[in-house]
Design a protein around this ligand. Structure first.
Ligand code: MG
Length: 250
């Protein structure tokens, strides 16, 4: 599939879809406190998406049973919300969610700290977020895709964290997952050239320990094999003639 270049009209719709998702996160993040279950987080998130005029795009995607992915501590991504999964002080939960508005998808992820977390986990969450911002410094027309991947990887490297390789960022538009795939680890091939009008979901997934992951028996939840915490940060961005526009932030 060729990488889609959005028209001004499509870019406007992407902006609207993404701003709605940003508003959902603004509200949803406030609800994350010790004692809440991941089931409740999904209920609230699903309601916020619909109240904002969107349709949850994760629900039933390849059979995923919820609107919000809730991945706790060593879970990297695709955690399934559960009534018996209660968050406690010191946990982290990675939320991954998206919506469709007028046919256009948005996608973003945040790792939320539940109350006070350990210094090493706090650093992991912060540095994962920072690596996204480092990566998008290179998300400019005329650069190549590997400039983004390599910037993320080089930012993470001195911290000794494991960069997840099995899951990557992606193009986004009329489909949740479009070309290109956007790895967060070092690339030798340049990959496609970046042009204005491309919309990309860039999403470093970073493990405190080793990079290896495995899938749980629910066939969805991806966890760090060594059981150490993992963090995720994602926004949908737009390549422009100048600086990239982060669409899923208010
Ligand atoms: Mg994504």
């Amino acid at each position: 599939m060729a990488i889609s270049i959005k028209s001004p009209r499509e870019i406007d719709l992407m902006r609207q879809s993404c701003k709605k998702l940003a508003k959902v996160y603004e509200e949803l993040e406030k609800c994350i406190k010790p004692g809440i279950s991941t089931w409740e987080i999904n209920e609230i998130g699903d309601r916020l998406i619909r109240e904002n005029g969107g349709v949850p795009n994760f629900l039933n995607y390849n059979g995923f049973p919820a609107s919000i992915c809730t991945s706790v501590n060593e879970a990297v991504v695709h955690g399934i919300p559960r009534k018996d999964c209660i968050l406690h002080e010191g946990d982290i939960v990675s939320l991954d969610a998206g919506l469709i508005y007028k046919g256009y998808h948005s996608d973003a992820a945040r790792t939320i700290m539940v109350g006070k977390v350990s210094k090493e986990v706090e650093d992991l969450v912060r540095i994962t977020k920072e690596s996204f911002f480092e990566g998008i410094k290179y998300a400019k027309a005329g650069n190549h895709l590997y400039d983004i991947s390599n910037a993320i990887a080089d930012y993470i490297k001195p911290h000794g964290y494991g960069i997840v390789r099995e899951l990557v960022g992606h193009g986004i538009g009329t489909h949740l997952h479009e070309d290109p795939q956007i790895p967060n680890f070092r690339q030798t091939k340049r990959g496609p050239k970046l042009y204005p009008g491309m919309t990309l979901a860039i999403e470093p997934m970073i493990n405190l320990g080793r990079a290896d992951v495995e899938w749980l028996d629910d066939d969805w939840t991806v966890v760090a094999e060594d059981g150490l915490p993992s963090a995720h940060y994602e926004n949908t961005i737009l390549i422009t003639d100048g600086e990239p526009e982060i669409l899923t932030l208010l």
